[in-house]
Write a protein that binds this ligand. Structure first.
Ligand code: URA
Length: 233
């Protein structure tokens, strides 16, 4: 059972207040009867229609979070603030976890979902889902570093997949990096191999879905079905 306003807010990607307003305007019916309050508890089999459109409830949820520094990409309370703690109460649900971790000091796009299969598919290196980062470096990178990134570098025991590296606005201390895998501290370790320290790191895109830059630090919103397709497109 789930509250009607919460359900509409998720499925239509609108706020709870907007959902309540739709209900108040008489735009929503549940099993043919006009709904009068957002408190109404709906079960799986209920037919919900809003402004003439049947609301299909998705089995899973997908959330885009703009992670600030100082927050860990974990689900458990480790005594530290987690990405789950940042979600508003109405978005929290059992089984949510981050599909791909960012370091505590890395900012930007974290995808939270309760869909294990989807998470596995976007994290698997064989699926080649690009993850795009912006890095600020303590010194400029050279052509040699770029060639190592793009040739598939050897890092410790591992042969990495080919990555992309380019400067931003002619500034070689600011880099755009595209990875197709997500090893522990990967971006930082790739630069460290060349004696370069990453001072700041931000993930701005997963697949072809950019982080919504209107989200303030720590803010989140549901990913629409169309946007979800962009991740694997
Ligand atoms: N690479 C890193 O080094 N850190 C991250 O958080 C993500 C990619």
């Amino acid at each position: 059972m789930e509250r009607l306003d919460k359900l509409l807010s998720r499925e239509l990607n609108i706020t709870r207040t907007q959902a309540k307003a739709l209900i108040k305007r008489g735009e929503v019916t549940v099993n043919g009867a006009k709904a009068v309050s957002g408190d109404l508890k709906c079960s799986d089999g209920d037919e919900i229609i809003c402004s003439g459109r049947v609301i299909n409830r998705r089995e899973h949820v997908y959330i885009m979070l703009n992670k600030p520094k100082g927050v860990v990409s974990a689900t458990e309370d480790t005594g530290e603030k987690t990405v789950i703690d940042l979600l508003p109460d109405e978005m929290k649900r059992r089984g949510l976890f981050p599909a791909g971790r960012l370091d505590k000091d890395t900012t930007g796009f974290v995808l939270l979902t309760d869909d294990g299969e989807f998470a596995h598919s976007i994290l698997s290196p064989s699926k080649h889902i690009d993850k795009t980062y912006i890095a600020r470096l303590d010194k400029p990178f050279t052509e040699e570093v770029k060639a190592d990134f793009e040739g598939g570098m050897t890092l410790g025991e591992s042969e990495l997949l080919e990555a992309e590296l380019c400067e931003i606005d002619g500034d070689f201390t600011r880099a755009r990096v595209v990875l197709r895998q997500g090893l522990y501290h990967q971006v930082k370790r790739m630069f460290k191999k060349h004696g370069i320290t990453v001072l700041e790191l931000r993930r701005i895109k997963m697949g072809n879905l950019p982080l919504d830059e209107t989200l303030g630090e720590g803010e989140s919103r549901y990913i629409t079905e169309e946007e979800l397709l962009l991740i694997t497109a």
